[in-house]
Design a protein around this ligand. Structure first.
Ligand SMILES: Nc1nc2c(ncn2[C@@H]2O[C@H](COP(=O)(O)OP(=O)(O)OP(=O)(O)O)[C@@H](O)[C@H]2O)c(=O)[nH]1
Ligand SMILES: [Mg+2]
Length: 280
C-alpha cells in the first residue's frame, strides 16, 4: 500500500526520509569505475562475462549517455512546481483516475519487488512513501502516482501466492482499457527466472498486443553466474516466444540501486519525455 506523507516533509520536516545512498547519480559517479558501471548499466556490465564472439545485440539497445540519465533524474526529483504525488487507489477500472498523461504500469508475481522498485524510482521524492512488506500479497489495489505533469506510474497487486481474488479481472481490464498506457513493465525474479504464473502474464500481454518490457529484480541476490544463465535463458525466450516484449532486459536491485537510474531514463523515454537519448 502506498501512502503520501504530509507535504511539509518535502522541506525536511519530521516525516521526511533522507535520500538513500546511490539514489542520486551524483553519488553513483563518486564510485570507482567498475562499481559505477555495475550500478548504472548492470546488463552491459554482465555482458563482459560472455564468451568471446557471443551475440551481444540484446545487451546494448538502450544505453543512454550521462546527460540523458541526468535529464531523467530531474523528472524523478520532486521540487517546487514539480510534485510527485500519490493520486489514488482503485480495485476496479471505474475507480481509476481519469488521466490524460502517458502512463506506465508495473506488474509481476506477488513479492517480486514491484513496490520496492517504485520506491527506489521515487527515492528522490522522499515525501512519497511506498510501503513494501515481507509477506506476499501486500499491494491489494492499483495505486496511481503522477510525476508532475509528465506521466503517471501505476503499482499493481501481484499475481500468484495470496493475490487478491479479483486480480485477473482488475489487471486484465486495466490492460485492455487504459488507452494512455504506453508501456507495461513485467517484473521477474532474477534468482528464479520465469515461473509458470509469469507465463500467464506474458500470454495475456501478447494476446492484447501490449508493448512490454521485462525487468529482472533482486539482482543483488543472484551470483554473477546464475544471473548470466537466467539472462541468457530469458533473452532466448523473449526472442523466440514473444512479439511485444522489448528485446533488452532491464536488471535492477532496489536495495543497491543498480539499474534504477537507467530505468528512470527508459520510463522518461517511453512516456515521450526524453525523445532524444544519445548513446553513452
Ligand atoms: N534483496 C532484495 N530484496 C528485495 C528487492 N526488492 C524487493 N525486495 C524484498 O522483497 C519483498 C517484497 O517486496 P515488494 O516490493 O513488497 O514486492 P511486491 O512485488 O510489491 O509484492 P506484492 O505487493 O505482494 O505484489 C520485500 O521483503 C522486499 O524488501 C531487491 O532488489 N533486493
Ligand atoms: Mg506491492
Amino acid at each position: 500500500m502506498l501512502l503520501l506523507r504530509a507535504a511539509r516533509s518535502r522541506t525536511g520536516g519530521p516525516c521526511g526520509r533522507s535520500p538513500l545512498p546511490l539514489a542520486a547519480l551524483s553519488q553513483v559517479l563518486k564510485l570507482e569505475r567498475s562499481r559505477r558501471d555495475g550500478v548504472m548499466f548492470p546488463l552491459q556490465r554482465l555482458a563482459r562475462n560472455l564468451a568471446p564472439g557471443a551475440e551481444e545485440a540484446a545487451f546494448n539497445l538502450f544505453q543512454p549517455g550521462l546527460p540523458a540519465l541526468q535529464r531523467a533524474e530531474v523528472l524523478f526529483t520532486s521540487g517546487r512546481g514539480h510534485a510527485i504525488d500519490y493520486v489514488s487507489s482503485a480495485v476496479r477500472m471505474e475507480h481509476a483516475p481519469t488521466s490524460a498523461l502517458p502512463e506506465v504500469c508495473f506488474i509481476g508475481r506477488s513479492n517480486v519487488g514491484k513496490s520496492s522498485l517504485i520506491r527506489a524510482l521515487f527515492s528522490l521524492a522522499p515525501e512519497v512513501e511506498v510501503r513494501v512488506s515481507k509477506t506476499p500479497g501486500h499491494t491489494k489495489k492499483m495505486n496511481f502516482f503522477n510525476v508532475g505533469k509528465y506521466f503517471t506510474l501505476v503499482d499493481m497487486p501481484g499475481y500468484g501466492y495470496r493475490a487478491p481474488k479479483d486480480f485477473v479481472d482488475m489487471v486484465e481490464a486495466y490492460l485492455q482499457e487504459r488507452h494512455n498506457l504506453k508501456r507495461t513493465f513485467l517484473l521477474v525474479d532474477a534468482v528464479v527466472g520465469i515461473q509458470s504464473t509469469d507465463l500467464i502474464a506474458v500470454e495475456m500481454l501478447e494476446e492484447f498486443g501490449i508493448p512490454y518490457v521485462m525487468v529482472l529484480t533482486k539482482i543483488d541476490r543472484a551470483s554473477k553466474g546464475l544471473l548470466l544463465k537466467n539472462v541468457l535463458g530469458i533473452q532466448k525466450f523473449v526472442k523466440e516466444k514473444t512479439q511485444g516484449c522489448f528485446p533488452q532486459l532491464f536488471l535492477v536491485s532496489s536495495v543497491e540501486f543498480s539499474g534504477v537510474h537507467l530505468l528512470r531514463c527508459f520510463v522518461a523515454h517511453v512516456t515521450g519525455n526524453l525523445p532524444t537519448v544519445e548513446a553513452s
